[in-house]
Design a protein around this ligand. Structure first.
Ligand SMILES: [Zn+2]
Length: 150
């Protein structure tokens, strides 16, 4: 993080605060060289990410919506809000590092499933059953089998 005043790289976070329900992380930083303070906002890069749905409709990436879906899958499971935030942040990181500004909704779903598999297997199955739109017991069995094999 460069100091906007003197371009120094020696900065330190002095205060971190979530704005808009955790949608944006606001950090107060202090430059160790010139002593100026400034504010950074994380997550601006993701705001213009377009999500392409199965029917071809486009939507702006919505962090809150994604978090809510994952939260539903994690209901009554030992997954705290911090773990949820970390999961969503991890997905955002993966999205940011992609070369395009578009992502298919199913690709996000796969990322969530990847992460949930390691975090909580019940939440994983719940999420997968909604996201993959299981049509019958066979689909469900298949997901279970994948879990056990991993
Ligand atoms: Zn400075």
């Amino acid at each position: 993080m460069l100091c906007p005043y003197c371009r120094s790289r020696q900065t330190r976070v002095v205060d971190k605060r979530d704005a808009q329900d955790g949608a944006v992380i606001r950090r107060r930083r202090k430059c160790l060289d010139c002593d100026q303070r400034f504010t950074t906002y994380e997550q601006s890069a993701i705001l213009d990410m377009a999500v392409i749905k199965k029917d071809g409709a486009r939507q702006n990436f919505d962090r809150q919506k994604l978090r809510q879906k994952i939260q539903v899958a994690c209901a009554k499971r030992p997954v705290g809000p911090e773990a949820l935030d970390a999961l969503v942040a991890g997905i955002e990181q993966r999205l940011i590092s992609r070369p395009t500004k578009e992502v298919a909704s199913h690709a996000i779903g796969e990322m969530v499933m990847d992460a949930l598999k390691d975090l909580d297997q019940v939440a994983y199955i719940r999420f997968a059953s909604v996201y993959r739109d299981f049509h019958d017991a066979e689909d469900f069995e298949e997901a279970l089998k994948q879990l056990q094999g991993s």
